[in-house]
Design a protein around this ligand. Structure first.
Ligand code: ZN
Ligand code: ZN
Length: 303
């Protein structure tokens, strides 16, 4: 237990006197924790067990700008917390969206006429996602009323936000009913962070030409999809048909890498059924004992 707490403490580094910092604003799968219609989830009674939907914030303290990754159903709280940390108000200087599933973009609604009525908040996405937002209601109203301004990205082509901060989108394999799915590389003056909240499988990405092993070797911190812990998680469901690399599968993939490499991986986007949502579960202990980390809300990293 002491080892576990030491590992958890390492996750949160002080970010004072930091030019560019990253903060974790949410860790849950799209449906949030507790999930609707799961009446017996202990998080209904114990608010400390609630987990917001997956999101990162990035603050460039020198430029006086801040950026939000994902516009989730918890957008109100996440924008509030990001602005409080940055000492600012108003819409973010940029919102980066991975894809068109409910946990990742529907928070855009709070930028619109019925809520804060933002003035041309820049929204960065890959091209199909930009097309989706500009050609489907209610999202096209945000474009038409100029609450948001779409900034389509080109995969693998870095967008420079300041001389200290750039963001690159990757095109990752994940079911695409409305648009493609992005992962992001966020590069600060010292460190680079990868954010891949949703992916169908590491093998499919490798078949597209990108190996997660090389991504982890080339970057400092890698937030990855941990929707499910293992294949025993959804009783009565054949999980072989359900995508997403299992937490155990990703750990197995990196088992023989040095500890310095394994500790770069931080699990995020966990479903309400994944026991790593609890600080004290056996599965949480297993993740730390195997040398990996778990993303927690409020953790701050100086980039
Ligand atoms: Zn998701
Ligand atoms: Zn998704």
């Amino acid at each position: 237990m002491i080892e576990l707490m030491a590992a958890a403490a390492l996750q949160t580094m002080p970010a004072e006197d930091c030019a560019v910092e990253l903060v974790v604003l949410g860790v849950s799968q799209d449906g949030g924790t507790p999930q609707v219609n799961v009446q017996n989830d202990p998080a209904w009674a114990d608010r400390s067990l609630r987990r917001r939907v997956v999101s990162l914030g990035v603050i460039d303290h020198v430029a006086g700008t801040r950026y939000l990754f994902e516009a989730t159903p918890d957008f109100r709280e996440q924008q509030h917390d990001l602005n409080a940390l940055a000492g600012m108000s108003g819409a973010p200087d940029g919102i980066f969206l991975t894809h068109a599933h409910i946990g990742h973009y529907t928070g855009l609604m709070f930028l619109g006429f019925e809520s804060m009525s933002a003035d041309r908040a820049p929204v960065y996405t890959l091209p199909l996602m930009a097309d989706f937002l500009s050609s489907n209601g209610p999202w096209d109203q945000l474009v038409n009323y100029r609450n948001i301004e779409l900034r389509p990205m080109t995969a693998d082509d870095p967008v420079s936000l300041s001389e200290r901060l750039s963001v690159t989108a990757y095109d990752v394999p994940h079911r695409r009913e409305y648009a493609e799915t992005a992962g992001f590389r966020i590069a600060g003056p010292e460190l680079s962070v990868i954010f891949i909240p949703d992916i169908d499988s590491w093998e499919e990405w490798a078949a597209q030409g990108t190996r997660i092993e090389e991504i982890v070797m080339a970057n400092d911190i890698v937030y990855v999809d941990a929707s499910f812990f293992d294949n025993d998680e959804l009783p009565g469901r054949d999980m072989s048909a359900i995508p997403h690399p299992r937490t155990t599968e990703t750990m197995d993939l990196f088992q023989d890498y040095p500890g310095e490499i394994r500790q770069r991986i931080r699990f995020i986007h966990y479903n309400h059924t994944n026991p790593i949502r609890y600080e004290d579960s056996g599965e949480t202990r297993e993740v730390f004992e195997r040398g990996f980390r778990i993303a927690r809300e409020g953790e701050r990293i100086c980039l």
